[in-house]
Design a protein around this ligand. Sequence first.
Ligand SMILES: [Mg+2]
Length: 166
Amino acid sequence: MLLKPNLKLDKITDITYEMLKRRNITSLLLDVDNTLSTHHGMVLCAGLEEWLKYMKDNGINLLILSNSKKKRVEPFAEKIGLPFISLGLKPLFTGFARGRKRLNVGRKNLAIVGDQIFTDTLGGNFYGINTILLTPIKPESSLRFKIKRRLEKAVYKIYKIEDMKE
Ligand SMILES: [Mg+2]
C-alpha cells in the first residue's frame, strides 16, 4: 500500500481547507515540477497565487520540498514567496524529515502534495505522513520520465487510483 495515496486530485487548487481540516492536516510539503508549474517551468499553474493566499489565510503552513537543484527551486520559491528545500532526495526519508522539522509538526498533521507516485507518494507513505497525489500538469518529454509515467499508469490501474473519491 506504500504506492497508494490517501487522496488523489486533479490539480493543486482542488485541495480545499475543509479537506485538510477533516484530516487534521495543518501543514503541506509542496512538490514543484508538474505540481505547481510545468517541469522546470517558471509559469505558475492557474489560480496558484490565490490558492496559496487562501491556504495561508486559513493558517496552513507551506514549505516546498523538491528533488530539483537549488538553482531551479530557489527562483521559483522566491517568485511565490515560500520557503524551500531543494535536492530533497524523495523518496528517501531525509528531505521529509528536514521538512517536518522546519515546520515543527507531527507526522499525522503533515501531508506531501506531488505528482509522482515513486517519489512523492512512496516517500510520504514510507515516512508516515499523509499523501496527496495530483495529475501531472504536462507530460515530460524525456525517455526516463516516459518510463516512469508508464510504470505509474500500472500502479494507477492496480490500486484504482483514478476512481479514488474524497
Ligand atoms: Mg513533480
